[in-house]
Ligand binder design. Structure first.
Ligand code: F6P
Length: 547
């Protein structure tokens, strides 16, 4: 496949760059009263994605769609729903879309429909949730479970943790969910400090069941439980596993009957839809989990069947190609105006940066253009009082994505009004800013002297003309959240297709794991270590002196 930047349509886009940059966002709206309706996309009744405050035009948009066709996006999308999407560097398929297909649907892998397996496992999850919720599943003190602790990291933590927090208003089941991921024992310690072992259930979530953080936390949790119950036989009532590795699960001491499966064709960062979503189902109920799957499936169908010109994940991805590869904007800020989505930026970081932070093409050659952006963010309005200064007046232009909800599940209408007003205001300020004339006029009204006005005005000018997107939903329901997450999954996938990289591997994380294993051994003794580079030897010596 010819590289993105050598595609004729990409070159045509580059030729448009100067012309497009010369038109301000304010001008675009002045000249085209229909701009909002042309660039605001609808996903069913519940979601609108407003791309009108981006530095692009219908001409750019049309070229980007043609570029996507040239780069065979249509067949790549078809492959995402069938037999053909091969994660060639890990030797496995990528078929997470099958996890949210309804019963009776078909996703063929190696000649076999995997959807029945998916639903069989869902039936096991549902039955297990029911046993926990009804109190039939009991701990060693014959008490019902009150607390669930998910132990996992990366995709085995971020998705379930983010969704569980996002759907907090749906948690009416008297079951508290906790998440432990970090190698820092402070996290496990602080979670366990508040728990009663007799009523605590641990879900050990790990696709490989070898990840050091997870296994270290799982062993410590096991020891904590054992010291309370005093008998190995009781472990079965307090530990279940979610994994693809039956052998390692049983070797850890978890009964196969208490293991929930998923498959190697589900990548970690795409796994919350599988049994990895067990903590979600335990916290909010299996029906809500199904609504989450239904929302994601609806977005899958939208991706699969909608022409590129109206296809939301495709538009988001193409816009990012325009911003990153043509305009040179290599950072994306994500700002949910929803405290419930506090963990959403962290989730998106893994989704996008682990998928597209790549420097080698599918053909094994170096990528000759920018690929995955730096994704970062924080909930609004908190970010406004921290780093939004840079968004408005800094020398780096960061395209922002604002996510908001018209209704809140919490009984504070004044808060919600002000929250939404702030979100809209930030997008407005970024796009349209405040001119020198406006600033001077304001300062004059405030009674400042001519000298003071001349001094202050330059600092108060807001350049504006900074791009942003607004994603607006009616409410943060399980269905809408499923659609929102799937939308970002597909944006990530489409970007990877255009960059011709494998979005489904993550070899870049391996070296650090191997080096850490060696350093763990070095830190196990007090002897002076001289086998590393000078800096590492020096720091090891300091740690040994201080600990
Ligand atoms: O180290 C990266 C990674 O492999 C992620 O891709 C994955 O989500 C995470 O570790 C956890 O892996 P596992 O579920 O196998 O413990």
């Amino acid at each position: 496949m010819t590289s993105l930047i050598r595609q004729p349509r990409f070159m045509a886009l580059q030729e448009l760059k100067q012309q497009e940059q010369a038109i301000s966002l304010a001008q675009r709206f002045d000249e085209d009263p229909a701009r909002f309706s042309r660039f605001c996309f609808a996903f069913g009744e519940h979601m609108r994605v407003d791309l009108s405050r981006q530095h692009w035009s219908s001409e750019v948009q049309a070229l980007l769609c043609e570029l996507a066709r040239d780069m065979k996006l249509e067949s790549a999308i078809a492959a995402l729903f069938g037999d053909n999407l091969f994660n060639h560097t890990e030797g496995r398929a990528a078929l997470h879309t099958a996890l949210r297909m309804p019963e009776g649907a078909s996703a063929i892998l190696d000649g076999e429909n995997v959807v029945p397996q998916v639903h069989a496992e869902q039936a096991r999850l549902r039955a297990f949730c029911e046993r926990v919720h009804t109190g039939e599943w009991r701990g060693f003190g014959d008490q019902p479970i009150t607390d669930v602790v998910n132990i996992g990291i990366g995709g085995s933590d971020l998705g379930p943790a983010m969704v569980t927090e996002a759907l907090a208003p749906y948690q009416g089941l008297a079951l508290r969910a906790h998440f432990v991921s970090n190698m820092d024992g402070a996290q496990l310690g602080s979670v366990l400090a508040d728990l009663d072992p007799t009523t605590t259930l641990f879900v050990i979530s790990s696709k490989t069941f070898t990840t050091d953080e997870t296994m270290t936390n799982a062993r410590a949790a096991r020891a904590w439980l054992l010291s309370a119950c005093g008998c190995e036989a009781h472990i079965a009532r307090h530990f279940v596993a979610v994994s693809t590795n039956t052998e390692a699960v049983t070797a850890f001491g978890i009964d196969e009957a208490n293991m929930f499966r998923f498959w190697d064709w589900v990548g970690g960062r795409f796994s919350l839809w599988s049994a990895i979503g067990l903590p979600i189902a335990l916290a909010v109920g299996f029906e809500r989990f199904q609504q989450l799957l239904a929302g994601a499936h609806a977005m899958d169908e939208h991706l699969r069947t909608t022409p590129f010109e109206h296809n939301i994940p495709v538009q988001l991805a193409l816009l990012s190609i325009w911003n990153i590869n043509v305009l040179g904007l290599q950072s994306e800020g994500v700002f949910p105006y929803s405290q419930q989505l506090k963990r959403f930026p962290a989730f998106l970081q893994q989704l996008n940066m682990e998928s597209n932070g790549k420097g080698v093409t599918n053909a094994g050659s170096p990528v000759d253009h920018a690929s995955g952006p730096v994704v970062w963010g924080e909930v609004g309005t908190n970010g406004q009082h921290a780093f939004f200064q840079l968004l408005h007046q800094g020398s780096v232009v960061v395209p922002a994505e604002f996510i908001g909800f018209a209704r809140s599940a919490y009984p504070y209408p004044e808060h919600q009004r002000k929250l939404l007003a702030n979100m809209l205001a930030q997008a407005q300020a970024m796009a349209f800013g405040k001119s020198r004339e406006q600033v001077e006029a304001e300062l004059a009204v405030e009674g400042h002297s001519a000298e003071a006005i001349a001094h202050l005005a330059p600092y108060k000018v807001m350049p504006g003309n900074r791009p942003s997107t607004v994603i607006l939903c009616d409410e943060l329901t399980p269905y809408n959240l499923g659609a929102l997450i799937a939308m970002y999954e597909h944006k990530t996938f489409v970007q990877g297709v255009l960059w011709n990289i494998n979005s489904f591997d993550q070899w870049g994380v391996e070296l650090g794991k191997k080096l850490a294993a060696r350093l763990i051994t070095d830190l196990s003794s007090d002897e002076v270590t001289t086998t590393h580079d000078g800096a590492t030897n020096g720091l090891l010596a300091q740690i040994k002196a201080w600990r």
